[in-house]
Design a protein. Structure first.
Length: 122
């Protein structure tokens, strides 16, 4: 009887881990979509450089297309949905000028894209 109780606890832990990982992955995609929507220019490298990564920030810069609607689809790595609930998921932008878009500069207003994307997704 004690062994079956352990098995059920193990099953419960796996279920919870998988559910948490799926929720985190879905939230990351939601934040990514909002960040793309809130990007101040409809086309271009800044908008196309939003990405989702696991475990560490990614600074990939997509300078390949400047036509409207050319933003690549977000991809959440399958490991996120496979039950690794404790992994950190990052939504980031690798454009070299993303800091200036987010926080502004001497001649540019701050757009707070990441902040607004997270706020709108919660």
């Amino acid at each position: 009887m004690f062994a079956s109780f352990d098995t059920k606890i193990g099953d419960l832990n796996r279920f919870i881990d998988k559910a948490l990982a799926q929720e985190k992955g879905q939230l990351a995609v939601k934040i990514w979509n909002k960040a793309v929507d809130f990007s101040p220019v409809y086309s271009g490298s800044y908008r196309a450089s939003w990405q989702i990564s696991i475990g560490a920030l990614s600074f990939k810069y997509d300078n390949s297309s400047n036509s409207p609607g050319s933003v690549p689809s977000p991809t959440v790595p399958s490991i996120t949905l496979a039950g690794r609930a404790m992994d950190k998921i990052f939504v980031s932008n690798g454009a070299p000028y993303s800091y200036l878009v987010e926080y502004g500069g001497p001649t540019n207003p701050a757009h707070h894209v990441a902040y607004r994307a997270v706020s709108a997704s919660l």
